[in-house]
Design a protein around this ligand. Structure first.
Ligand code: FAD
Length: 417
């Protein structure tokens, strides 16, 4: 079995500081390490190869000092190491990163590609699904356990979701985005590290991957970070601590009613009272919210939060808000979504969509986008929301994906989800 493990060298998070003056992350003088999920993936790959035969290649895109990260993987038992390094790769967003990795991985014809479920510095979790999409390969994200049935050539992955644990089977080739649980933490000893330093590391440049180097780095990135701000919640907690629980409940209900629990929230309620028409609006160019359901088929509360955000964006730009419901028996949620601010509800209802699976859901969403041309799409940062968002963000065959460059303003660290 040929396994590739994508690894990312990151700053030691505990040592990273935020400069409030320049509103940037201070990385100078901060020691570097390999993203811990990626090290677990290397260990899991080495174990699989010990049991079933094959070879493990560790691959990273980074500056020359990322050689140290690869050396650590070689010391853990990887057979080969590949470093994508070139000035043309600098300033890459997740898609440009995935594009370079996918082109390099395509040269190796791997059966299994492992990566971390997310990096601990930027933490988007997008690179794995984007690589899978670019390589037209299935993916399993949020993997916490891994087995291989050699007779059937099938990988069994345990997947942590917001509802619990799923077991997913996938034939090779497949990409797995791995987290805690796939292997025990392992640390190479000084002798293994010394021996690994003597092993070769293949260097790959941008022109080795494509004649058109503008598809990489900053030039090939449809998104960029506009500014980074630290975020402090303006919400003050209200504590009701009377000995009588019913007194506390009464006070809580009064407070919620005062804020508009049954009458609509703030300006929205005022607008409705004033008889403002919310519809008809242009059903194209709308702001879409993916209405996610839990394992029992109930709408997740995050859907209502997204509808609130979409409503604000729609009011600023005079667009409609559309909720997108994918599943089976989803019609029953339409009224509720309308009550929470959706001007339109698009439904895709089929028994085959009863539970979330990456490829059918991505296909439905891609078709809907192609037909209805939304202005923007909001997805929840849940396990499945991230899985779907990242897969959809790397459309194959569109070359430099994305309709244009978009600003990403972050409020909580290097990257918002
Ligand atoms: P995730 O998707 O969270 O990582 C998941 C897994 O993907 C990792 O565990 C690992 O297995 C794999 N992986 C991720 N990155 C690599 C890699 N480089 N090599 C091999 N495997 C990898 N960074 C800069 O240095 N300079 C910039 O100017 C810059 N601009 C950016 C602008 C934007 C808008 C964004 C969104 C990001 C920018 N970044 C920049 C950060 C850079 O895009 C990310 O570090 C990189 O794309 C990986 O994303 P991530 O850390 O969120 O990976």
């Amino acid at each position: 079995m040929k396994i590739a493990v994508c690894i990312k060298q990151i700053p030691v998070i505990a040592r990273v500081r935020f400069d409030p003056e320049t509103r940037t992350i201070v990385r100078e003088g901060v020691p570097l390490e390999v993203n811990s999920y990626d090290l677990l993936a290397v260990t899991a790959a080495v174990e699989l190869v010990k049991e079933h035969g094959g070879e493990v290649t560790a691959i990273t895109m980074g500056p020359p000092q990322a050689r140290d990260a690869l050396t650590q993987c070689l010391a853990l038992g990887a057979d080969h190491a590949v470093l994508l390094t070139d000035r043309a790769f600098a300033g890459a967003d997740t898609l440009a990163t995935a594009r370079a990795l996918a082109l390099a991985l395509a040269r190796g014809e791997y059966d299994l590609i492992l990566c971390g479920k997310h990096s601990l510095d930027a933490e988007t979790g997008q690179v794995g699904p984007e690589v899978a999409e670019l390589l037209a390969m299935p993916q399993v994200t949020s993997v916490s356990g891994l087995g291989f049935d050699a007779a059937r050539n099938v990988v069994t992955a345990r997947r942590d979701t917001d509802d619990g644990i799923e077991t997913v089977e996938a034939p090779l080739p497949v990409l797995l985005a791995c987290g805690d649980g796939i292997a025990e933490e392992a640390w190479p000893g000084p002798e293994q590290l010394e021996a690994a330093k003597a092993k070769p590391i293949e260097e790959v440049t941008a022109t080795d991957l494509s004649q058109d180097t503008s598809i990489f780095g900053f030039a090939g990135s449809p998104t960029w970070v506009d500014a980074i701000e630290s975020f402090e919640s303006a919400r003050q907690p209200e504590v009701y601590d009377d000995e009588d629980v019913w007194t506390n409940v009464r006070r809580l209900v009064d407070a919620l009613e005062a804020r508009g629990l049954f009458t609509g929230w703030g300006a929205e309620a005022e607008g409705e009272k004033a008889g403002q028409a919310r519809f008809p609006k242009n059903p194209y160019d709308a702001i879409w919210v993916i209405a996610e359901q839990d394992a029992q088929g109930a709408l997740r509360p995050v859907t209502y939060e997204l509808l609130g955000v979409a409503g604000k964006l729609a009011a600023e730009s005079d667009r409609a808000v559309a909720a997108v419901l994918i599943g089976h028996g989803v019609e029953r949620h339409v009224d509720e979504l309308a009550a929470h601010g959706a001007d339109l509800v698009f439904t895709a209802d089929h028994p085959g969509l009863a539970s979330y699976a990456t490829l059918p859901y991505t296909r439905v969403l891609a078709d809907a986008i192609a037909t209805r041309r939304p202005f923007a799409l909001l997805l929840p940062a849940t396990v499945n929301g991230r899985d779907l968002a990242a897969r959809r963000a790397a459309p194959r065959g569109r070359g430099r994906a994305g309709a244009g460059r978009a600003h990403a303003r972050n409020t909580q660290g290097p990257r918002g989800a």
